[in-house]
Design a protein around this ligand. Structure first.
Ligand code: DC
Length: 225
């Protein structure tokens, strides 16, 4: 069974995708980490996020390896596994969103994702997993939540780590990232027409995961001989 889980930042999609992968014991491909790995390498260059282009991205690609595992997507740069925290910062998230505006990269990486997974069962999470990577997936989930709630979650996450943060500023950044993802010229971020939408604004992670798993179980029952 192939399951795609798409949605904006802070919607709870990663928690759900990881939970499904662990529950079913099938590999988890978090596509955002590939965008983040490229963003991370770009930020290390002098030009930073100035004029991000395919010409700048292409030479970096042979340094990055992606390994979908159960409950986790592992990323290697220059042969060494990257600590997750390095890729999860706000700054790298922003860089990843800029990388996402380069159509040649999207075409390249989506082809690589298709080759990595092939005919295997997997949970594939991102922005365009159900629309462009695996449009033939058995189940397509679209996880969403209001921008205010997504900002509140991010704020709480930072506070829990002892990092002072301003809610208004976080909300602005979320809206800016949403806008860049939705309005990019090629391959804008949209839910698949046949996606099942789960709105997590008023429900917690456990309940959201349960809802997603009940969709998966129903589909499995439907497939059983
Ligand atoms: O899922 P995430 O927050 O880690 O993704 C970070 C950014 O990467 C997101 O703002 C846009 C880009 N991205 C994308 O364009 N397409 C994907 N399939 C995954 C991520």
């Amino acid at each position: 069974m192939k399951i795609t889980v798409d949605g904006p930042a802070g919607s709870g999609k990663s928690y759900i995708a990881k939970g499904i992968s662990l529950e079913l014991g099938i590999p988890y491909l978090e596509t955002g980490l590939a965008y983040r790995a490229v963003g991370f390498l770009l930020l290390k260059q002098e030009e930073g996020l100035e004029e991000v282009s395919w010409e700048r991205i292409q030479p970096l690609l042979s340094r990055i390896e992606i390994l979908p595992d159960i409950g986790k997507t592992r990323i290697f740069i220059d042969g060494l596994e990257v600590k997750e925290e390095l890729l999860r910062s706000e700054e790298v998230g922003r860089a990843a969103s800029v990388v996402g505006t380069v159509p040649q990269f999207r075409e390249y990486i989506n082809e690589l994702f298709r080759r990595l997974i092939g005919n295997r069962q997997a949970v594939v999470e991102g922005r365009d997993a159900g629309t462009h990577i695996f449009p033939e997936a058995d189940i397509k989930l679209f996880i969403t939540a209001s921008p205010e709630e997504r900002a509140r979650r991010r704020w709480k996450q930072l506070m829990d780590q002892g990092i002072e943060a301003d809610m208004k500023e976080i909300l602005e950044k979320i809206l800016e990232r949403d806008k860049r993802d939705r309005e990019r010229e090629k391959y804008p971020f949209r839910p698949a027409e046949d996606a099942i939408v789960i709105d997590t604004t008023n429900i917690g992670p456990e309940e959201s995961l349960e809802m997603a798993l009940s969709v998966v179980r129903k589909a499995e029952d439907g497939k059983a001989p």
